[in-house]
Write a protein that binds this ligand. Structure first.
Ligand code: ZN
Ligand code: ZN
Length: 282
């Protein structure tokens, strides 16, 4: 597959990576369930795996549909760009680092603003952790406003198709941190988001909540004081469990609860706005 083709059709990137994803899931299944080398909460359970795969499919479909509108908006904003950036190895690296920086803030906002958490909670509501957990995405991300976080890159002057490519590459690389197979990656732990750092991010142990928001580089958490090392064994999931393997329930339960609260009678507009913008309690 030639790189230019993927840059022109960035949505194909995850499809191209799919055989690697499937191969690693098969290996993790064999190691965990057939050889018993991984803890019970790393095992693959069919109802949950089917739910995770369906969530990934729903997310991809929503991204494809809304992507057309969002790319149009990006192209319009690109007309107001501050710089003309020619894509070279150096500017490509710069784009990846900057996109990862904005990913950190998108992810942090997704945990601290209820409106955005309503979408992101689907990723966190599993009490297991294996590669298939990475597939738990929400079709509501475009509604939650994920695309807003990449607007600065377009305004700076990175071509929208490269920005979308960087976003999808970041998402694709995060597949590899969803596992209990790898305990530590040595010196890489200092710079990169690793399975150990990301296990902490999925923990509901009190000291692990709202920590390690990194996409690819862990340096942002260290810079902005949200880093927590993995010490205590991680208990995965959220404090208010979803208790369902139905992808529709996993996707919409938090939205339903939020909309019910926000549409209560007797609240002022200010109270309603505050309710959707304040930190979630789960
Ligand atoms: Zn998260
Ligand atoms: Zn994750």
């Amino acid at each position: 597959m030639d790189l230019q083709l993927i840059i022109d059709h960035p949505e194909w990137l995850l499809i191209v990576l799919a055989p690697i994803f499937l191969g690693l899931m098969a290996a993790e299944y064999l190691l965990g369930q057939k050889r018993g080398k991984l803890p019970e909460n790393a095992h693959y359970h069919l109802p949950e795996v089917l739910c995770n795969f369906t969530l990934a499919g729903m997310h991809q479909l929503a991204d494809l549909i809304t992507g057309l509108i969002i790319v149009k908006l990006y192209l319009w904003l690109f007309g107001w760009r501050l710089f003309d950036i020619e894509m070279t190895a150096t500017t490509f690296m710069l784009l990846l680092v900057m996109q990862d920086f904005f990913y950190y803030w998108f992810h942090r906002a997704s945990h601290r603003v209820r409106w955005m958490w309503a979408a992101h909670v689907a990723h966190h509501s599993s009490e297991n952790m294996n590669f298939s957990t990475a597939f738990r995405q929400s079709l509501m991300y475009p509604i939650a406003g994920m695309w807003l976080f990449w607007v600065p890159l377009v305004i700076i002057g990175f071509e929208p198709k490269w920005v979308v490519f960087a976003v999808l590459l970041n998402l694709g690389l995060q597949f590899f941190v969803h596992t209990q197979w790898i305990r530590s990656l040595g010196w890489l732990e200092w710079v990169f988001n690793t399975p150990s750092h990301h296990r902490v991010h999925h923990g509901r142990n009190p000291q692990y909540i709202d920590k390690n928001y990194a996409g690819v580089l862990i340096i942002w958490d260290k810079l902005f004081a949200t880093f927590e090392p993995e010490v205590e064994t991680v208990r995965y999931g959220v404090t208010k469990p979803v208790e369902s393997f139905n992808p529709l329930v996993v996707t919409f339960k938090s939205w339903q609860e939020m909309l019910k609260e926000v549409s209560q009678r007797g609240l002022s507009l200010r109270q309603r706005v505050k309710l959707v913008l304040s930190p979630p309690d789960d």
